[in-house]
Ligand binder design. Structure first.
Ligand code: PMP
Length: 366
């Protein structure tokens, strides 16, 4: 018997979002860190979880201030920008951080604005919070077209602007001047507008590329989101966070579910943060592999977008699906995403990148 369910009209017939989770030897499709936690991290995480387990009859620390304070310390070390623990917010992945942002600052009658191609979850956060979604286009080189920003902000009066930097799937980082221009343009919105810079891939940025964290002190409408999923190699733990003004963080505290961050999650994140220095050394080698991959692809006559992330968008192919499938047939899973003709490969270990290169040479006849 089939039931009639009162599913919201905008959700009818939709499939859940997600890249295929296939059992393939070389997984280069969801921008994960290819290096599993070291045995030292595993041991500390296991001990921290055991300690948390002894108190699992109780609800966790609802404010997670211990974790938020250690995240603030990490940000200060990573970027030189010091924020107070109360200016940091943490949740189950930056996906949830972003949902909290739209729950607090979006909603019926309000608009979220972004610039495509960009992270494909953004329109879903908007849909799920009944926020109107408007996407402009990035320029040919995937930078922001600031005239278009002015025009769209003036026309659409967004209450939230979402900017990924480095952007997924293109790898493009925004110069500080572009973020400042968006802050300036949105200062005209009478009801206020929150500018979110999603820095999920910030630790992979090239030397000299700025972080929007430096703009926080002057901009109470700015939120800079980060994650432990990529640089920390902790995607399975689901820990994302942001830094912003206290007022902005206080608004997020209103919409979160009580005890949203489990005691186990908090313990795992804090144990991993204690190893930040060793983990960042690994990020250095991923950045080198990224630069080598870009050079190799260009050497083969392919076009690649400039990348400040742990992935590279490359092309262009007449039949990108055939290339993607050919790689998959050879045990290498990459992502069919971005503008028509382009493909995205995440940076793996040197061995995985060799497998990718060998397969691509065969499939694309390079
Ligand atoms: N932002 C961007 C730009 C991403 O690419 C991703 C993950 N692919 C996320 C946010 C979400 O990451 P997480 O929820 O694992 O923190």
């Amino acid at each position: 018997m089939t039931a009639t369910l009162p599913l919201r009209a905008e959700l009818r017939g939709l499939e859940p979002y997600g890249a295929p989770q296939l059992d393939v030897p070389v997984l280069l499709n969801v921008n994960e860190n290819p290096y599993p936690p070291s045995e030292a991290v595993v041991a500390d995480v296991a001990a921290a979880v055991a300690q948390a387990a002894r108190g699992l009859n109780r609800y966790p620390d609802r404010e997670a201030l211990g974790l938020r304070s250690e995240l603030a310390d990490y940000l200060a070390r990573e970027s030189g920008v010091r924020v107070a623990p109360e200016q940091v917010w943490a949740a189950n992945g930056s996906n949830e951080v972003m949902l909290h942002l739209l729950q607090a600052f979006g909603g019926p009658g309000r608009t979220a604005l972004s610039f495509a191609p960009t992270y494909s979850m953004y329109p879903e956060y908007a849909r799920d919070t009944a926020t109107r979604w408007v996407a402009g286009r990035r320029a040919e080189d995937f930078s922001l077209d600031l005239d278009q920003v002015d025009e769209l902000v003036a026309r659409e009066q967004p209450s939230v602007v979402l900017l990924a930097s480095p952007n997924n799937p293109t790898g493009t980082a925004l110069p500080q001047a572009a973020v400042e221009a968006v802050l300036e343009a949105t200062a005209q919105v009478p009801e206020g507008c929150v500018v979110v810079v999603d820095e999920a891939y910030a630790e992979f940025r090239r030397t000299g590329t700025p972080s929007a964290l430096a703009l926080l002190a002057e901009n109470p409408r700015l939120a800079v989101s980060r994650t432990m999923s990529k640089a920390f190699g902790l995607a399975g733990a689901r820990v994302g966070y942001l830094a912003a003004s206290r007022e902005l963080v206080d608004a997020l505290r209103v919409v979160r579910l009580p005890y949203h961050l489990s005691a186990v999650t908090q313990a795992v994140a804090r144990a991993a943060l204690a190893h930040a220095d060793a983990l960042m050394a690994q990020v250095g080698s991923l950045r080198s592999t990224r630069d080598e991959t870009v050079a190799w692809l260009r050497g083969k006559g392919l076009t690649t977008a400039e990348s400040d992330a742990n992935f590279v968008l490359f092309g262009a192919f007449d039949d990108r699906h055939a290339i993607w499938q050919g790689l998959l047939d050879r045990g290498v899973l990459i992502r069919e995403t971005g503008p028509e003709g382009w493909l995205r490969v995440s940076i793996g270990t040197p061995t995985e990148m060799t497998a990718f290169q060998d397969a691509l040479v065969e499939v694309a006849g390079l």
